[in-house]
Design a binder for this molecule. Structure first.
Ligand SMILES: [Cu+2]
Length: 110
């Protein structure tokens, strides 16, 4: 008689590994490059996440929407925000006021 206790670990490990918070991809990605948001306008469902990636060779930028969200001034890395409330969220860069974009959050059917 032989027992194989290893099967349970083999089954469970991929599930656990898939549950890490960083493994869920954002619903929209905005690349900050060439003093521009690309794309400037994104749409996500309610509960969706937008990720901004600062890839402008050290140029400082800030993603800020008054009263809603604020990445802080940064030159690199990423900033993510989850939008639970449907609506339109215009944002800008405090360093370059002509940099503007919009996040539109749509109502999801339940
Ligand atoms: Cu900027």
């Amino acid at each position: 008689m032989s027992r194989q206790p290893g099967w349970a670990a083999a089954l469970l490990f991929p599930l656990v590994a898939a549950c890490g918070p960083s493994d869920r991809p954002p619903d929209a990605v905005v690349v900050v490059r060439n003093v521009h948001f690309a794309p400037p306008d994104v749409t996500v469902p309610a509960g969706g996440t937008v990720e901004w990636r600062f890839e402008d060779g050290g140029v400082l930028h800030q993603v800020v929407s008054e009263g809603s969200f604020d990445s802080g001034i940064t030159a690199e890395g990423t900033y993510s925000r989850t939008f639970d409330e449907p609506g339109t969220y215009p944002y800008t860069c405090s360093v370059h006021r002509y940099m503007t974009g919009t996040v539109t959050v749509t109502v999801t059917e339940s």
